[in-house]
Design a protein around this ligand. Structure first.
Ligand SMILES: NC(=O)c1ccc[n+]([C@@H]2O[C@H](COP(=O)([O-])OP(=O)(O)OC[C@H]3O[C@@H](n4cnc5c(N)ncnc54)[C@H](O)[C@@H]3O)[C@@H](O)[C@H]2O)c1
Length: 392
């Protein structure tokens, strides 16, 4: 492919998060490089229908019909529900298209392994859209980690408290908070596999032994819990040991009444690197008092989209796109282990409280005292066993 040619692009899934792709696909710098030739959306809402008509973009109800009608498609963006990723990646690659698929790659390892096989087929880019693995500030920092600037890794940790109302779990086509589909196919939608997946993946990604690799845990302790009426968990604590000896602590919950945006810290022999959610900046603080600023962590859809478009147009995506199914293995391995092995602790009814009870959209539940306990565990770097914490 020559740089001067525009890529013919199809978007699969135009509702939900796909709306951000529609916005990115209206930006002049993107439209200089791609032609948006089709959308696939079986449940098109009237507003999106009008917008796509206005833009002259035909809509199809399934991916195969789009390829049949459109002929050559260079890049397919897959923004469909998690359990459909494998099927849609396969279909796109079979039709000769490069792929940018939304995170997380897969709900369980059985669905990730075939993607890793597909990734080995030469000639097609298969990228997974964890935006922090495309953010220039993160990538500059990871290059410094790999160069040994900070010494050996000691520990990494993340805390994310994102209240989600009950309506969140009823979103889209009804896969929110589900463990399995009616036919038994794993969905495994959870706080760790979906909304706050970014930060668990990021901890593994930053300690990977090359730009494309992420570190695998060798030991793991998990506590999973729920306050919402869902099949899966809305609260998780993971303490793990990584291959290179570093400790990992990850705490995330939707069962809280106040937001704590991500707090992230990567501790090395010679420095601590912190992500500040208030400024959105990543900075390394060396033991000798000096600092290195990596700047703002750009998490926009157009950044990852442009990275994949440029990689495909320039034919160098193997060396410029650092998030593929194999990069996602530690994250999928973790949520798969939890899916198979962990019991989910139900927060006691007397601890569950309701916010916004009068508003059907905003109404949600939280476990009293959970937010404070999560923050304390993050500060003290201790494992939180929810069943012990809430034992009556
Ligand atoms: N990167 C991020 O920050 C981020 C944020 C939110 C969601 N996501 C990811 O985006 C993906 C979609 O999540 P969502 O929350 O938008 O889900 P959703 O259910 O709200 O939306 C998915 C869209 O896909 C459509 N769809 C369903 N079946 C389809 C099919 N067979 N072919 C084409 N389209 C189909 C649905 O109608 C819907 O419009 C997931 O992988 C999710 O994890 C990423």
């Amino acid at each position: 492919m020559k740089c001067s040619e525009k890529l013919k692009l199809v978007l699969a899934g135009a509702g939900g998060y796909g709306r951000f792709y529609l916005e990115a696909l209206a930006r002049p710098e993107i439209l200089d490089k791609v032609e948006f030739i089709g959308a696939v959306e079986p449940f098109l809402n009237p507003e999106t229908k009008l917008e796509l008509e206005r833009r002259g973009v035909p809509v199809f109800s399934d991916l195969s019909s789009a390829y049949e009608a459109l002929g050559q498609v260079d890049l397919t963006c897959i923004v469909t529900p998690l359990p459909l990723h494998l099927e849609h990646i396969r279909t796109a690659l079979e039709h000769g298209s490069h792929v940018l698929c939304e995170k997380p790659a897969a709900p369980v390892l059985d669905q990730l392994e075939p993607m890793i096989e597909l990734e080995k087929n030469p000639g097609k880019c298969l990228a997974i859209g964890f935006q922090w693995s495309f953010a220039p500030a993160m990538l500059r920092c990871k290059k410094d980690i790999l160069s040994g600037l900070f010494g050996d890794p000691v520990s990494v940790k993340a805390l994310v408290l994102w209240p989600r109302p009950e309506s969140y779990f009823r979103r889209g086509s009804g896969w929110g908070g589900k463990r399995t589909a009616e036919d038994g196919t794993p969905i495994n939608d959870s706080v760790a596999s979906n909304a706050a997946a970014h930060y668990l993946h990021n901890l593994y990604f930053m300690l990977g032994s090359s730009m494309k690799e992420a570190a695998l845990p060798v030991e793991m302790q998990v506590s999973a819990a729920r306050a919402n009426k869902i099949e899966n968990y809305d609260t998780i604590c993971i303490k793990a040991k990584l291959k290179r000896g570093a400790e990992l602590l990850y705490i995330a919950s939707h069962a809280v009444d106040e937001t704590q945006n991500p707090l992230i810290e990567y501790r090395f022999e010679n420095a601590v690197i912190r992500y500040d959610c208030n400024t959105n900046y990543l900075t390394a603080y060396f033991n000798d008092g000096s600092t290195k600023k990596y700047g703002e962590v750009d998490a926009d859809v157009h950044t990852k989209l442009e990275a994949v478009i440029d990689g495909v147009r320039n034919g160098n995506y193997e060396n410029t796109v650092y998030c593929t199914p194999s990069t996602c293995k530690p994250h999928v391995w973790t949520v798969d282990q939890i899916y198979r092995n962990e019991e989910i602790f139900q927060f006691p009814a007397e601890k569950i409280q309701v916010y916004c009870p009068e508003d059907a959209q905003a109404k949600g539940v939280f476990a009293a005292g959970l937010r404070e306990a999560c923050k304390k565990a993050y500060e003290e770097e201790t494992f939180l066993d929810f069943s012990e914490l809430f034992r009556s």
